[in-house]
Write a protein that binds this ligand. Structure first.
Ligand SMILES: [Zn+2]
Ligand SMILES: [Zn+2]
Ligand SMILES: [Zn+2]
Length: 320
């Protein structure tokens, strides 16, 4: 069963997707995402297809419980795509050539625009879960794209604040913070002229990094082909710094925050990529524990300024 349920206490929706319990766990001897599996084309470069175990579906199933005054529910309509990055089972994002990554960038942008042609799509979330510790069930290098029937809480909050800032100050909250960060320098991983990467002042995770195009755009649809390449280069470079620091493959979450191309929210938004490696050292995990989960207050046991300095030591050289 899959449905959306309303939490009247916190004032937000959540999704139940119980059919996902049956999804396969990390098959060792066979991979449905490898060419020749019968599930994907014999030959592909990058490939996008619907998730077999979606959290949202089109058409949506009927909710398992009917709504009452107290218990609001709605159908979990939505789109869940899988994006296969490369036919080679063993080549993670960080190990792909820039020319190939550029194709993934173009696919992301194309699908972002395509999904919004459907008026029911209110937000498109592009992300990658990487590593068993994050809960990845398929080791083949891939990311996901969700078309949500609502704007999820974190992007909604970010956009509300940035929109209010623009209305009050007439400038972009993100650009103003980036300018302050560049002037300060301590948390900047790099500014390569097209993209800037920082460990934010307000990082919740030790090695959290946020990546921004220097040109203030609100969403992927506003980047032209030539601008997608530096985006992929910037992401690969930060992932490469983590790889060098951790010394081996590591769990992380990659996600995009961007405005929808229409609607009331996001006039003050600035497209960015957020990276969350969840280890605080090559061997130790940072967990979402009592304060983080129960109180919503993150405790970061390191200084972003120090972590940024450590990561800068591990940055791979800039690729052409
Ligand atoms: Zn595979
Ligand atoms: Zn901006
Ligand atoms: Zn964000």
């Amino acid at each position: 069963m899959s449905e959306m349920r309303w939490d009247p206490i916190r004032g937000e929706w959540l999704v139940t997707a119980t059919h996902r319990m049956d999804r396969p766990q990390m098959p060792r001897d066979w991979c449905p995402f490898c060419p020749g599996s019968g599930r994907v084309p014999e030959h592909y470069d990058v490939h996008i297809f619907p998730n077999d175990f979606p959290s949202f579906a089109t058409p949506p199933p009927e909710p398992g419980l009917s709504a009452t005054k107290e218990w609001r529910t709605r159908k979990s309509w939505g789109v869940c795509d899988v994006v296969l990055y490369h036919p080679d089972h063993h080549r993670d994002f960080v190990n792909l050539e820039l020319d190939h990554l550029h194709k993934i960038g173009r696919l992301w942008r194309q699908r972002y625009l395509e999904l919004f042609k459907n008026k029911r799509v209110k937000y498109v979330f592009i992300f990658e879960n990487h590593g068993e510790e994050i809960g990845v069930t398929m080791p083949h290098p891939h990311g996901q794209i969700y078309g949500f029937p609502l704007v999820p809480p974190i992007p909604a909050r970010e956009m509300k604040r940035a929109d209010a800032y623009r209305a009050k100050h007439g400038s972009c909250l993100h650009c103003d913070l980036l300018a302050a960060d560049r002037a300060d320098g301590r948390r900047v991983l790099f500014d390569d002229g097209a993209w800037t990467a920082i460990v934010p002042y307000y990082a919740r995770w030790p090695f959290e990094a946020h990546l921004y195009p220097n040109r203030c755009v609100q969403h992927l649809g506003q980047l032209d082909d030539a601008e997608l390449r530096p985006m992929m280069r910037a992401i690969k470079r930060v992932l490469g710094a983590y790889l060098s620091y951790y010394g081996k493959t590591y769990p992380y979450i990659l996600c995009f925050h961007q405005a929808p191309p229409r609607g009331p929210l996001g006039k003050g938004a600035h497209l960015h990529v957020e990276l969350y490696p969840i280890r605080r050292s090559p061997t130790k995990m940072k967990y979402r524990a009592g304060c983080e989960t129960g109180a919503g207050l993150f405790i970061n046991d390191s200084y972003p300024e120090e972590k940024a300095a450590e990561l800068r030591e591990h940055l791979p050289p800039l690729e052409d």
